[in-house]
Ligand binder design. Structure first.
Ligand SMILES: Nc1nc2c(ncn2[C@@H]2O[C@H](COP(=O)(O)OP(=O)(O)OP(=O)(O)O)[C@@H](O)[C@H]2O)c(=O)[nH]1
Length: 371
């Protein structure tokens, strides 16, 4: 039998799964396991025939039916997507076929028939893992009904060979084993589902943590921690290349807060981040370094190229219009730009950029100073 992988939503509902490549591979793997089980059973059946416990004709017929059915199911798995057979349905059909074979085996097994009951338990355990618990329960019911039918038939036509009391007690054992297997396996299924949901929740939490660890909440730019990681990675980069860093600081931002309120101040920070981000080259990174201060990393950039990027930012920031601020109030920033010297740690380059920024502020703001 081929377990049908299925997806479970947040409410625990099981959706019909699509025929994905890994799922087909899994179905084929289960098919191989099932085919080996059939092969082993046929070998045992042949041994029973050899020992004279089982009649040759019915045993041969059952073996042929089992082999043809197994091959037919391989083809059905292969073409299941094209034939639009849901994996769950395929698993149910395979289970029914296996149950049918086992019941027929029981009918012809003679004194060894009780051994076939254990195979039925295995088949039902497979079903419970493979499909929705309700469907597995139905199949277990069908298996029990089928066994009850064949046992009744056998004791009716051959009470000597199949004493009614023995058949009834065997049925009792079978019913108890199937019930226990179904309950245990459905508990396992519930456990697996819970683990799957927990795994999804953990992955979502990990995603949130990763975002919190790298992104500044207000501006959605890289945060200081992430920028430090990027600077470290850039320092470790083997290719000798010229990189630049720039510190950007909004001008007279305290006045914005005081005059328009903190919420407008926040909107200015977001507006600045969006405008600046749009002016960057593909591999540049702008991070919120602190309050209204930003650090720009420009890998593989000469000071001239870095300056061009900063000037693009200036143009965009000057054009910013923030809701709640008088249109005449222009947003501006000052910047200190420094080239990273060969092999120098970024902290040194940033420190020079900071001094250049200080000079830009001292010189009247709204300007770029190169270290
Ligand atoms: N709205 C808002 N304000 C912030 C945030 N972080 C820092 N600030 C404010 O930014 C202001 C920075 O003020 P200052 O350091 O005096 O600098 P400035 O007014 O920009 O003056 P210069 O840098 O000299 O041009 C302070 O009033 C901080 O409260 C924030 O997340 N949101």
């Amino acid at each position: 039998m081929t377990p049908a992988p299925s997806s479970t939503d947040s409410k625990g509902m099981t959706a019909a799964p699509a025929h994905t490549a890994p799922m087909l591979r899994r179905m084929r793997n289960y098919w191989i396991a099932t085919a080996m089980l059939y092969l082993a059973t046929m070998g045992l059946l042949a041994a029973q025939v050899g020992a004279g416990y089982t009649p040759r004709g019915p045993a041969l017929l059952l073996s042929v039916v089992a082999a043809c059915g197994t091959l037919a199911f391989y083809a059905l798995i292969h073409f299941s997507a094209r034939l639009k057979i849901a994996p769950d349905m395929l698993a149910a059909l395979q289970s029914l076929f296996a149950i049918g074979c086992i019941i027929a085996g029981y009918a012809i097994a003679g004194p060894l028939r009780a051994s076939l009951l254990s195979m039925l338990v295995v088949a039902i355990a497979f079903c419970t893992f493979a499909m929705h618990p309700r469907r597995a329960l139905l199949l277990a019911g069908a298996a029990l009904a089928g066994m009850a039918g064949i046992m009744w038939y056998l004791q009716a036509i051959d009470p000597q060979g199949h004493p009614p009391a023995v058949e009834a007690m065997s049925f009792g054992y079978l019913a108890a084993a199937l019930l226990a297997t179904t309950l245990l396996a459905s508990e396992m299924t519930k456990l697996r589902r819970r683990m799957k949901v927990s795994k999804q929740e953990l992955l979502a939490a990990l995603d949130t943590i990763r975002t919190l660890a790298t992104v500044d909440e207000l501006t959605s730019l890289a945060n200081r921690r992430h920028m430090n990681e990027l600077l470290g990675a850039e320092e470790r980069r083997s290719a000798p290349a010229t990189s630049c860093v720039a510190l950007l600081d909004l001008d007279l931002f305290k006045q914005v807060n005081d005059q328009y309120g903190h919420a407008v101040g926040d909107a200015v920070l977001r507006g600045f981040a969006g405008a600046a981000h749009g002016a960057l080259r593909e591999h540049d990174t702008l991070a919120r370094w602190g309050g209204e201060e930003f650090l720009l990393l420009l890998p593989d950039a000469t000071p001239q190229a870095a300056r061009q990027v900063l000037e693009r930012i200036v143009t965009r920031v000057h054009a910013l219009q923030i809701d709640g601020m008088t249109p005449a109030r222009r947003i501006s920033f000052s910047a200190g730009l420094a080239e990273r010297r060969d092999g120098e740690p970024f902290t040194d380059a940033i420190s020079r950029a900071d001094k250049a920024l200080y000079r830009a502020k001292a010189a009247g703001r709204d300007r770029i100073e190169v270290a």
